[in-house]
Design a protein around this ligand. Sequence first.
Ligand code: GLC
Length: 751
Amino acid sequence: MEAAIREIVKALTLEEKAALTAGADAWHTVGVERLAVPAVAMNDGPHGLRKTLDGVSLSLAAHPATCFPTSSAMGSSWDTGLIEQIGQAIAGECLAGDVQILLGPGVNIKRTPLCGRNFEYYSEDPVLAGELGAAFVRGVQSRGVGTSLKHFACNNQEFERMTMSSELDERTMREIYLTAFERVVKKAAPMTVMASYNKVGGTTVTEHAGLLRHILKEEWGFEGLVVSDWGAVTDRPAAIAAGLDLEMPSPGPEASSLVVRAVKEGRLSEADLDEAVGRILRVAFNTYAARRPATTVDPDAHHALARRAAAECVVLLKNEGALLPLRPEALRSVAVIGQFAKNPKYQGGGSSLVNSTRVDVAYDELARLLDGKVDLRYADGYPSEDRVEEALLQEAAAVAAQADVAVLFVGLPESYESEGWDRHHLNLPPAHIRLIEAVCRVQPRTVVVLANGSAVAMPWVDGPEAILEGWLSGQAAGGAVADVLLGVVNPSGKLQESFPMRLEDTPAFLNYPGEEGRVRYGEGIFVGYRHYEKVKVKPLFPFGHGISYTDFAYSDLRLSKPEVTDQEKLEVAVTVKNTGDCAGKEVVQLYVRDVEARVARPVKELKAFAKVSLEPGEAREVHLTLEGRDFAYYSTERQAWCVESGEFEILVGSSSEAILQTATVMVRSTQPEPAFTAQTLLKRFQKSPVAMQVLMQAFGSTPAVIFFTDPVLAGLVQDLPVGRLVNMSRGLLTEENLQQIISAVNQSTKA
Ligand code: GLC
C-alpha cells in the first residue's frame, strides 16, 4: 500500500494534489479516476448514522438509521464491551449505506455542565472518556469503517465556538484535555481526527502546528488524516503546513488554486502537501477496500441492542424505601405524568441528529409490560412550549394523588441544550420544576425520570422518593426506562460527570464563557470531581455514583507488589460480592492518590475501572492494571510526564465518594532528577545532604558559610537561585567556581 501511495503521489499533478486536500462536496473526498483513487463518503455521527438524503448537501434530512444512546448516556454505562458492540452495529449501517467514515466519537471533556454539546461527550474524566472512546473506535473500525475522533482540541463550549480561544497552560491541556484523545489514538488508531473550530492560545486549531503536527502526529504517532470540522478552515495552505490534511466541506474547486499558488510561491512546501495527500490516499484506499454495500442490517436487532444499551446507561440516583422497582402485584394504579412519556426526548440537536428507524414511547412500553395488571393513568403535566400552565399542574396533581405511585418524565427540551448553543443555567424548565413540586406535595411515592444531556440542579431533590437519570438514551430509551422501572433490568449506570448542587459551585463558573474572544481555563486541572474534592465542596451526586436494586460488598484488595517503578506494571485485585437478592452489575472504580507531590495534584484520579455482572451471592475477583503513566503528572517546566518517587494510595470503590478498599504502594521513579544549574534554588541544595556537603566544602571557610549553617539565614536565602551567590560573594566566587561546584553536585547526586 505504502509503495503504491508513493507512486500515485509522484504521478499526481500539483493541481490534483491540491484538489485532494478538500472535499468534493459536503460529505465526500475527491477521487482521481485516471489513477484509480476512490472518493470516499463520511457522515455523522457519534450515536447513529446521519446520511443526508441527497448525499451532498448540509441538509439535516437523513436516511433512517438506528439512534443509539448518546455519548453522555453511554459514558454512564462504563461498559467498554457494550460500546464496542454499538460501534460494530453502527459500522454495519455505514457499510449498508455505503459510507466509509463515521464522524465520531466526540471525547471532549465536560468542563462545564452548561456546554450545549455535553450530550455528545462521555465524561468530565479523561481516562473514562479515553477508554470509552477507544472502545467505540475499535468497534466501528473492526468492520473497516473509519472514524473521526473529535473535536481536537479544547472545544468545551458552544458559546462562540467558531472563534473562541481556549487559554490554558500546558499541564492542564496535557493532563485533562488531550489525555482522552491520546488514549484513543494510541489504543485504537482512529483513521481520522477532526480539528476543532476554536482557537488554542490564540491560534486557530486548523493551523496549530503544536497540536496537529508536533503532538498528534509526531509525539503520538498518529498515521491517519486530520480533517477540519466543517467550515473550520480559513487558510488551507497555512493549515496544511501546520498538519491539517483535509478541508471539509468542499470550499469550491477554485479554492485549491490558492494551494497551488502557495506551493509555487514557496509558502507551502510540496513535501507538506505530499504528506497530506499521502494520508488522504491511505485512508481512502483502506476504507474503500472495506466497502460492503451489500451488507444487510436487521433494524429490530439493532433496536434491541439500543434498548439493552439504554438500560445499561440509566443511573438510579435515589431510591428511598426501595420504591423501585415497581412491583405490579403490589400496585393497583400508576400515574404516568409528563409529555416526555409520550413524546420522548432521546437525542440532542445538531449534526448528530439521527432519523430513527422507530421510537419507543415510555407510556406504551409500561402499558405493554404491565399487561393490564395495573391501572395506568396519564397527564401531560406541562405544555410542549416552555411555559407553566396551571391547569395542567392541577390535573397532574389530581391524577397523581389518586394513584399508588406517580412517575414523572421531565428533562431538558432542545431549546435548552444543543450543538450550537449552551445552557444559561442548570435548572429544568420552570414548568417541569413546578410539576415535580405539585405532585410530590400530594404523592410521596413519586419517581422522577430525567432526560437530559448533562448535569441538572435539583432544588426539588428531597421531594421524590426515587430519581432515575435516563440521559438522552436513543430511540429505545422509552423501553429501557420501562424495563428499569419494573425491574426487568437492574440499573447499573454510574455518573460520568458530577452533579453539582448549584452553578456557582462548578469549577468553570468564574471563567466560563470567556469574553472578547478568549476563555481562560482558570480552574486548571481541577475539573469535575477533581475540583469538588480539592475545595471540599460536596456535589449533589458525585462522579461515579449509581445505585443498584441489589447490594455489593468489596474485600481483599491486593497489590502485586508493595513497591513498583514507573517502568513496571502494578496488578490490583479486589473481590466484589453480590450480597443482595437479585442479579446485578457493578462498576469497580480504581483511583490513585499521590500522597505527597512537588506540584498541586487532585485528591485522587480515576485510573482504571471494570464492570462485572454478578448473580445473588456470587463473588468475583476483579483484576485491574496500573502502569507508570497512571502515577505521573505533566511537568510544564520539563515538557514531559513525570513520576515522582514516593507513596501512592490505591483507592477502590463504587463511586468517587464510596471508597471501600484502600492500599498503599511505594513508587520508585527511574526518571533522572533534573540536573542542578545556576537557576536551581538553594532550597533544593538544602534538601540534598550530598549537595550540601559539596557546598560546605566550597564555602566552609568563607563568610558565606553562615547562609548554610544559620537556619534563619538559610531560610532567607532558600529561594535564591544558586547563581546569584556569585554577585553576592564580592568577587570571592567566580562563575567558573560556581560551575565547578554545580557539576560536582551533579556528579555526586547522580551517583
Ligand atoms: C459539525 C460538528 C461536527 C460534525 C460536522 C459535520 O459542525 O461540529 O461534529 O461532524 O460539523 O456535520
